[in-house]
Design a protein around this ligand. Structure first.
Ligand SMILES: [Zn+2]
Length: 119
């Protein structure tokens, strides 16, 4: 497990920029109906470890099913830089798409395959 570090991230066009403090040990690939299509790799952080620097107005909040998770994407470039929801403990949690973090090579990360499709 790597040490927690503050990473900067963005969507493709740069409207949405953020910082997240996390350890990039293991990331999650989920096969649920949306994650499978988006193809992102996720790392989860509590709200205190996430800072949106710009682009709140550019984010489209897509919800389905129970509508509890905000599947956010940029209205200009369509990239999903992160999502928002509540963790099992009820606390606000951010799901960071590590593919959107600067200088992070997803090939170097350990991927945990989560079976969201069956839940
Ligand atoms: Zn964008």
């Amino acid at each position: 497990m790597s040490e927690p570090k503050t990473h900067s991230g963005s969507c493709h066009c740069g409207n949405v920029r953020y910082e997240a403090t996390l350890a990039l040990g293991q990331v999650v690939a989920c096969n649920c109906s949306i994650c499978n299509r988006v193809g992102h790799l996720l790392a989860f952080v509590p709200v205190e470890q996430f800072r949106l620097l710009s682009g709140e107005d550019s984010l489209v909040d897509y919800r389905f099913n129970a509508k509890k998770i905000a599947h956010l994407f940029c209205s200009t470039c369509g990239i999903h830089p992160f999502g928002r929801g509540k963790g099992p403990d009820g606390k606000e949690t951010y799901a960071v798409n590590v593919r959107c973090l600067d200088g992070v090579d997803p090939r170097t990360l350990e991927v945990m395959h989560y079976d969201g499709k069956s839940i």
